[in-house]
Design a protein around this ligand. Structure first.
Ligand code: PEP
Ligand code: MG
Length: 886
């Protein structure tokens, strides 16, 4: 006989390694059962059953038999019977996918109640009010989830009772609840439905609904946004009900074992007494905090603290748990790895190293470069004189300004054309798509674990939630606070780090790197092989780069130094010169300025290498635009302007016309200019050697490196090197200066002939901007604005090769260049200085192909340090890639 497939696992049969089959919730419940925590008994229907159900439109054969068998077993354990009028067993039917999708799928509580079992429950618990409350919740949840009846219609009924009675729903009386149940029946009827009295039908329909919720619109959208596979399915856990709504000694709540916003080692919990299930997360009533629990339920508080500690050590990570307190006894209903803000992720990783829970490598692997990057997000810059509009909970750090919109639909309509802040009474899973196009969120209700807060942290966007003093009217599209009314289109600034929000647009500033980030980066520095340098064109940028941890300058583009007001005129005169003599005259004027620049650079980067690249761009880039010159000439000829300027302007125009090219990026630029007008590079080399000699005379140790751009043939470099060495030798005190001489590798031919080029170079630096441009044949200045978006949208390219190196094409050329170059010169120094050098994927690639360093813009240095460490760890220990990442 073929062995029957096992679709159902009791909690004591599973474990945390069975996440794929039992889902996160099922596996967590099983694991907690295994380690002896107080979990109500239950069982889990596998994700495989869900996949089969969704494929065939019905339960797989044998599944329901196994469910009934497990249910029977559950009855025996609890000593109650499902559907029994006197002693009814009630269960919850909970969703739980292998990957956490908070709030995306459905759960039905109190399954098993009907008009007669509710009497049994009332009798058994001696609490009629409680029984009625549980029953009305089942009818509501079942209606919403199984039949898709509108949530608002049920809420309206509750709000009506609240308003007429003048008390909150935890104080509703038996009569109130009976009235509510009758009203709910009206809602059902209105939609042509009847609440099923048969518990078995309730169970079957609830399971189906949870299975189907895997394919709900919002779940599909969430998966798409988070890159989660569609074929995993959800498991369903059936759990014996415990009740948080049995009176003031009962409660329901959620807890994070550490503060999910700051990472502080302090249990962060929110709970509601005399409430059930989703009440806390839904943000319907404003919850109480852990300190209240200490006073209100000291024993539960102590148990909760102990449980959090056990779970954290067991899972070696911060946990997000759901619990229920039934008549003073703590039950655990879920544990999962807690979502956290980027800042919290870093602090938790560092603290856990110190607490001996995780290793340094694990800590580095937990923090993704993009998470780290988020901590370097803007903060509202206040002068202290601004009056905030209000304050709520600082639920997700960062700052954002934008026009307010009151619904996700509206946000989607407007799209990304405007910066928007979504303002809602509270958000739900249906808002996720709209939230994706907004800069930040502001809600009237909800706590730190509310939907808006959790989603904001996951998206890395700022959120201020639970602003009790604000009233949001989504229909009228207004928010009112402190006598002020704002409407759609009005601009606000929210500060998710402080919880304040302001009218209008406030300036924002980048935060400094805090002590935990600093520690993480220091650790990263010990684990990376790659050197990290910076692209800096001014000594000021070099300073920032050094503060951020750069170990040298990988690229100083000297052309930027000729653009200052005191220099551009001289530069233009030099370009307009007709003879070498004339050019030299102007170059002599530029020389002291260049010396000054380089002195500053060398001083700032004392002890570190500085690669100075000689002039690269086409000369026309230093001249005014042709149309402007023609207009000026025209104006003068029409009687406006000074006729004395005419000869200069005409000469300028002639030069611009002479320099005009069809393809300037493939034209007279880089070393080609250096070869045709060697006096330009002569001046630059003289400046470098003179500056270096001066700084060395100050007693400083420096490492100058001279780099030639756009070399495609080894003869170019051979000729330039010979001349420049001679020039260097002509400088006074030159013998004090040890310098390297090298080249950019940014033309495909240079990669192919790297062995020959290496004969004349001490170092290579990949200019992947030009190399990508010339390998793909895409203009680096035009592609993004023209077709790149289309290519990415349509999957022609997976990623923008100007952001992240194209491994298959450009990358292969780089590999070839490294191999061939090192064959000629084994100690050849090789790095990258194209924009992609700051991109984590590119850094990983550069590590793989054995580059010595990457060079990135100064603000990307911290992330590059982390990315380089992670890459090295995974190269040496591939299993480290399995570590949970935040
Ligand atoms: C490059 O081409 O990658 C490079 C760094 O040089 P530039 O961007 O100045 O052309
Ligand atoms: Mg270039």
């Amino acid at each position: 006989m073929a062995q029957r497939e096992k679709f159902v696992y009791r909690f004591d049969e599973g474990g945390k390694e069975m996440v794929d089959l039992l889902g996160g919730k099922g596996a967590g419940l099983a694991e907690m059962t295994k380690i002896g925590l107080n979990v109500p008994p239950g069982f889990t229907i596998t994700t495989k059953a869900c996949i089969a159900f969704l494929k065939n439109g019905g339960f797989p054969e044998g599944m329901m038999d196994q469910v009934m068998q497990a249910l029977h077993d559950l009855e025996n354990r609890v000593g109650r019977v499902f559907g029994d009028e006197k002693n009814p067993l009630l269960v919850s039917v909970r969703s739980g996918a292998p990957v956490s999708m908070p709030g995306m799928m459905d759960t039905v509580l109190n399954v098993g109640l009907n008009d007669s079992t509710v009497e049994g429950l009332a009798f058994m618990t001696d609490n009629r009010r409680f029984a009625m409350d549980a029953y009305r919740r089942l009818i509501q949840m079942f209606g919403e989830i199984v039949y898709g009846l509108p949530h608002e219609e049920f809420r309206e009924k509750i709000e009506y009772v609240k308003k007429t009675r003048g008390y909150d729903e935890d104080r509703f009386t038996v009569q109130d609840l009976q009235g509510l149940i009758d009203q709910y029946a009206v809602i059902y009827r209105k939609h042509g439905k009847v609440f099923p009295q048969d518990p078995q039908t309730q169970l079957v329909e609830s399971i189906k609904s949870v299975f189907n919720s895997w394919n709900s619109k919002r779940a599909v959208a969430y998966r798409k946004m988070n890159g989660i596979r569609d074929d995993m399915g959800t498991a369903v856990s059936i759990v014996a009900m415990v009740f948080g709504n049995m009176g003031d000694d009962s409660a329901t709540g959620v807890a994070f074992t550490r503060d999910p916003n700051t990472g502080e080692k302090k249990v962060f919990a929110e709970y509601l007494t005399n409430a059930q299930g989703e009440d806390v997360v839904a943000g319907i009533r404003t919850p109480k905090y852990i300190d209240d629990m200490k006073n209100e339920m000291p024993q539960v508080y102590a148990d909760l603290m102990k449980t959090c500690d056990i779970l954290e050590h067991h899972y070696r990570d911060m946990q997000d748990i759901e619990f229920t307190v039934e008549r003073g006894k703590l039950y655990l209903l879920q544990t999962r790895t807690g979502k956290r803000s980027a800042r919290a992720a870093i602090r938790i990783a560092i603290d856990m190293i110190d607490e001996g829970i995780i290793s340094e490598e694990e800590a580095l692997m937990r923090i993704t470069p993009s998470t780290f990057d988020r901590t370097m997000h803007p903060q509202v810059k206040t002068t202290g004189r601004e009056t905030p509009l209000g304050k709520g909970l600082a639920a997700s750090p960062g700052a954002a300004s934008g026009m307010i919109v009151f619904s996700s639909e509206r946000a989607l309509e407007i799209g990304k054309t405007k910066k928007m802040i979504l303002v809602r009474p509270e958000t739900t899973a249906d808002d996720v798509r709209g939230m994706a196009v907004c800069e930040g969120f502001l809600t009237q209700k909800g706590g730190m674990t509310s939907h808006a807060a959790v989603v904001a942290r996951a998206m890395g966007k700022p959120a201020v939630v639970g602003v009790e003093s604000m009233s949001v009217n989504a229909n009228e599209k207004t928010l009112t606070i402190g006598g002020k009314k704002l409407r759609e289109g009005d601009v606000v600034t929210i500060d998710g780090t402080s919880g304040y929000f302001y009218e209008g647009e406030l300036p924002v500033e980048k935060p400094t790197i805090d002590e935990y980030s600093k520690r993480l980066l220091e650790i990263a520095d010990r684990y990376r092989r790659l050197g990290i340098r910076a692209n800096a064109n001014t000594p000021e940028e070099a300073k920032i780069a050094r503060e951020n941890g750069a170990e040298g300058i990988g690229l100083a583009r000297t052309e930027r130094m000729f653009l200052g007001n005191d220099r551009i005129g001289i530069m233009r005169s030099m370009i307009m010169s007709e003879t070498a003599e004339e050019r030299k005259k102007y170059l002599d004027q530029l020389l002291p300025m260049q010396i000054h620049d380089f002195v500053e650079f060398f001083r700032t980067m004392e002890g570190y290498p500085v690669i100075i690249r000689l002039l690269d761009p086409p000369l026309h880039e230093f001249l005014p635009n042709k149309e402007d010159i023609i207009r000026q000439i025209y104006d003068i000829n029409s009687g406006n302007g000074n006729r004395d300027d005419l000869p200069y302007l005409e000469r300028l125009l002639k030069t611009v016309r002479d320099l005009e090219e069809f393809n300037p990026m493939l034209g007279f630029r880089g070393c080609r200019v250096g070869l045709v007008y060697p006096e330009i590079y002569d001046m630059q080399v003289r400046a470098i050697i003179e500056a270096a000699a001066r700084v060395i005379d100050e007693g400083r140790v420096i490492y100058p490196e001279i780099m030639i751009p756009l070399v495609g043939h080894h003869n170019e470099l051979k000729k330039i090197r010979a001349r420049l060495e001679e020039t260097a030798r002509s400088v006074k005190n030159h013998e004090k200066v040890k310098y390297k001489f090298g080249t950019m590798i940014e033309i495909p031919r240079a990669c192919v002939t790297a062995d020959k080029i290496a004969q004349y170079a001490d170092f290579f630096s990949f200019g992947t901007n030009d190399l990508t441009q010339m390998t793909f044949g895409y203009s680096r200045d035009d592609a993004e604005g023209k077709f790149m978006f289309f290519y990415l949208e349509n999957g022609i390219l997976e990623s923008d090769p100007f952001s992240s190196v194209d491994r298959d094409g450009v990358g292969e050329l780089m590999k070839m260049a490294v191999e061939r170059g090192k064959k000629t010169k084994p100690d050849l120094e090789v790095g990258i200085c194209g924009e992609q050098g700051g991109d984590p994927d590119t850094i990983e690639f550069c590590d793989e192909i054995g580059l010595d360093y990457v060079s990135a813009s100064p603000h990307r240095i911290p992330v590059a340090r982390l990315a380089a460490a992670r890459s090295n760890i995974v190269r040496n220990r591939p299993e480290m890639d399995q570590v949970a990442k935040y």
